[in-house]
Design a protein around this ligand. Structure first.
Ligand SMILES: Nc1ncnc2c1ncn2[C@@H]1O[C@H](COP(=O)(O)OP(=O)(O)OP(=O)(O)O)[C@@H](O)[C@H]1O
Ligand SMILES: [Mg+2]
Length: 365
């Protein structure tokens, strides 16, 4: 079993605290993805788990065993970095077998492990090459192979695909998902890529400035973000936000009036302190808006840009109040810069956030 647990983990560099008491449970065999803005502590958390950094406080355990006092080699983790850092003078075979050689494993054992990993990653025919004779994707596979041969309990990936071109990234993403199923190992994966996070993760953890904002299944985060930050971070292009005030609350709906005077009733459970006149943010994803004016709220505006991608179009609209809204429209919609249109919002697709940014519980998901 290789579940990973963090209990109240703190990390400071000098007198600067960058991880502020993180609790986290990664289940055995789970694929956990860390996302969050640059500098929020994703790599630091991975390095703490791997033992490449020491915790300043709290506990880390793997498979029920406390590991935060153990050296990296005793933790059963293998880490794959963004820069794959292969040894240039060694062949692929030697690179992949290096950690086992260091651990004084015998030759036959190393040979068997390296060949098995190479087969899994379909790089057997590359074993005699040097890294400089490989493409970026092949090098990345060797870096992953180097991790696999150690048969770690936990794989830690720090943006492993970000150096690859878009097509190769898609290919490797699918291969990594297959690998996860095949090895049935616990994996923790850091990425900036929304699609990677949404498609690969069993669970996503959203970090911000060294705090956990929310943990959940990808679609939970998409449909029921806990707060404004998660709502704005998960989903691409990002959710649109419009400010307004509460007009009226009942047990299962909040009526709001937006700046500019338009009003709508949103099916949700208001939190304590939701009172008439309190400021709110209304959030709606681009894919839940339309440019035909259908729905419970009609927002007039002018198109200031339209990006036609073929199958879909992103329409950028500016409202009378000067607010910019992104709308996702079908690719065959004819719309041009300068067009006056009406953006339609259905109450069911709307998210509502109170003044501190916490979401009201949605009643229609
Ligand atoms: N060795 C170090 N010494 C001092 N500060 C550090 C050190 N390593 C990281 N930090 C700081 O800790 C914070 C978290 O850094 P970290 O590398 O974990 O961020 P990240 O989420 O991985 O960012 P990115 O997405 O840019 O890779 C940052 O403010 C960073 O400057
Ligand atoms: Mg990082």
């Amino acid at each position: 079993m290789a579940e990973v647990q963090l209990r109240s983990v703190y990390k400071s560099f000098g007198d600067k605290e960058v991880i502020h008491g993180v609790d986290l449970d990664v289940a055995d065999h789970e694929f956990m993805v860390f996302v969050g803005p640059s500098g929020c502590g994703k790599s630091t958390l991975l390095r703490l788990i791997a033992g490449l950094e020491e915790v300043s406080g709290g506990e880390i355990s793997i498979g029920g065993e406390r590991v935060d006092e153990l050296p990296p080699a005793k933790r059963g983790c293998a880490m794959v970095f963004q820069s794959y850092a292969l040894y240039p003078n060694m062949t692929v075979y030697q690179n992949m077998g290096f950690s086992l050689r260091l651990a004084r494993a015998n030759k036959e054992f190393i040979r068997a492990r390296v060949h098995e990993a190479a087969e899994t990653l379909q790089i057997t025919e590359l074993l005699d090459r040097k890294p400089k004779q490989l493409s970026g994707g092949q090098r990345q596979r060797v870096a992953i192979g180097r991790a696999i041969v150690r048969e770690p309990r936990v794989f830690l990936f720090d943006e492993p695909l970000s150096n690859l071109d878009a097509k190769l990234r898609v290919q490797m993403r699918i291969e990594l998902a297959k690998l996860h199923r095949k090895l049935a190992a616990t994996m923790i994966y850091v990425t900036h890529d929304q699609v990677e996070a949404m498609t690969m993760a069993d669970k996503i953890i959203v970090l911000r400035d060294g705090y956990v904002e929310q943990v959940g299944r990808p679609l939970e985060l998409y449909h029921t973000p806990a707060n404004l930050f998660v709502a704005g971070f998960i989903g691409s292009p990002a959710m649109n936000f419009m400010s307004g005030r509460i007009l009226d609350c009942s047990d299962n709906a909040v009526s709001v009036v937006l700046d500019g005077g338009l009003g709508m009733s949103v099916p949700c459970r208001p939190k304590n302190g939701a009172t008439q006149g309190a400021p709110i943010q209304l959030g709606v994803r681009p894919e839940h808006l339309n440019i035909d004016g259908h729905g419970d709220l009609q927002i007039p505006g002018k198109v200031f840009a339209a990006e036609r991608l073929g199958g879909e179009t992103y329409v950028y609209v500016i409202t009378k109040e000067g607010k910019e809204i992104t709308v996702h429209a079908p690719g065959d919609k004819v719309v041009s810069e300068g067009d006056e249109i009406v953006v339609g919002v259905s109450a069911e697709s709307a998210h509502l956030f109170e003044q501190h940014g916490n979401a009201f519980e949605r009643l229609a998901a």
